[in-house]
Design a protein around this ligand. Structure first.
Ligand code: GTP
Ligand code: MG
Length: 408
């Protein structure tokens, strides 16, 4: 019999600020996302605390009075972790820890923690560990005595060297080692990618949780796509897909998120190389998410950072089955009509014109509009394919010849 495992959620609270730069609305959005992250990491959010300040308090992030409220709540409800939406300075973290006497975590740390939980191959673990040490290095404040114990005491410390310096040195050594390991991995990965030959490479990119993997599964399980091949590293799955009789490689990579820790972008270089070396990007968007346009911007920002912004891109608006426009009252003169009130058709029009036709609206779950999606991908891949293999163009008849009428 299967044993049902009871998951114990860690009790936590969230703290966010309303500042000159961040409106109340934005803070709520960020805290919603932070709560989702906390939940993913295995924590249950009991309460949110927020405060309006011109700028974060340099010593304790929030003000003294508010901190007392938080401290009282933490004690009363046996809260184990307090999560701050923004990255705390090492000093703030230390001060707050001393005041609240529980785990203090910021958004970056939380994301790193989720990655650490999910990393299963040694390759992914190395990438995450490197990012974690890079994050920790400036934050070492002598709490890390366990590291010292691991290495044994005698002869460990040079004359006049403090405990913190020792810890820093250990971490730096570790970072050097991990970087060396990463170099070897990078080389291996790059050789592997090279071995895949000249097939056109398509990468699914997008914000986290938009449905990239669902789409990947639907595409490769579908009967039309004959040969599925798993080319697996942990974070990137690459499959050979065939549409019509045009083969290409499709990869599903790590999802992006707002304020993605730079440490992660750096150390996930190898994983992101998959995107960097792709010929075509399918930028998947969850159109049912109220902030989907912010998500698009966040993804574009990261694509820009990894120099992949200029690649041919097809915008794939997913989850149309779940899209709901906000009701709009024509007579209400106080409310301005915005994107939130758009119908799906209006969004289609908007994005078709923004992308010169390189947008498609689907539901990976219900396979709505899937034939058009396949046709569009086929066309784009074919364009690239024929420049690479001009001599066998005749092998690939037009998609429409093969599949006849498309369904709606
Ligand atoms: N309603 C609806 N839900 C969908 C659709 N496609 C995917 N989902 C759901 O969205 C959630 C996230 O899907 P994933 O495929 O894991 O998303 P992802 O982009 O791979 O996420 P990460 O790997 O975390 O970046 C799942 O619960 C899916 O069932 C869709 O077309 N409609
Ligand atoms: Mg996924």
């Amino acid at each position: 019999m299967l044993e049902v495992e009871k998951i114990e959620y860690e009790k936590c609270i969230l703290v966010g600020l309303v500042t000159q730069k961040q409106t109340h609305e934005k803070m709520t959005e960020y805290l919603d996302e932070l709560e989702f992250l906390a939940y993913t990491a295995g924590a249950e959010v009991l309460k949110r605390f927020s405060q309006k300040l011109e700028r974060p308090n340099p010593k304790t992030f929030i003000g003294t009075g508010k901190m007392e409220d938080v401290a009282a709540y933490v004690e009363q409800h046996d809260v184990g972790t307090v999560i701050f939406d923004d990255e705390l300075t090492p000093g703030q973290q230390r001060n707050i820890e001393a005041l609240l006497k529980c785990k203090i975590v910021d958004r970056t740390y939380l994301i790193l923690d989720i990655f650490a939980q999910r990393a299963q191959t040694s390759y992914a673990r190395t990438q995450v560990e490197l990012a974690q040490y890079e994050y920790l290095l400036p934050r070492l404040v002598g709490l890390w005595t366990h590291l010292e114990r691991q290495r044994g005491g005698i002869g460990m410390r040079g004359p006049g060297e403090t405990e913190i310096e020792t810890d820093r040195r250990i971490v730096r050594d570790r970072i050097t080692l991990l970087k060396k390991k990463m170099k070897t991995i990078d080389k291996q990965m790059s050789t592997q990618r090279g071995n895949r030959g000249a097939l056109v490479r398509v990468a699914l990119v997008g914000y986290t949780n938009v449905g990239k993997s669902t789409l990947m599964n639907v595409i490769s399980k579908s009967k039309v796509f004959a040969e599925n091949k798993l080319f697996a590293t942990l974070d990137t799955t690459v499959r050979k897909v065939v549409i019509g009789n045009l083969p290409f490689l499709l990869s599903d990579t790590v999802g992006f998120i707002r304020k993605l820790p730079t440490q992660l972008v750096d150390s996930f270089k190898s994983t992101l190389d998959e995107v960097r070396e792709a010929d075509l990007l399918l930028h998947v968007v969850d159109i049912s998410h109220p902030q989907f346009e912010d998500h698009i911007n966040a993804v574009n920002k990261i694509l820009d950072e990894i120099k992949s912004m200029d690649k041919p891109t097809l915008m794939v608006f997913n989850k149309i089955d779940a899209y709901k426009a906000e009701a709009y009252d024509d007579d209400d003169l106080m409310v301005e009509r915005t994107g939130a009130h758009y119908s799906l058709d209006e969004w289609k029009e908007t994005w078709m014109s923004r992308t010169n036709g390189d947008a498609i609206f689907i539901s990976a779950l219900n396979k709505n509009n899937f034939d058009s999606f396949r046709k569009k991908v086929y066309e784009r891949v074919r364009e690239i394919h024929v420049t690479r293999f001009p001599y066998n163009e005749f092998l690939y008849p037009e998609y429409i010849d093969q599949y006849g009428q498309e369904e709606e």
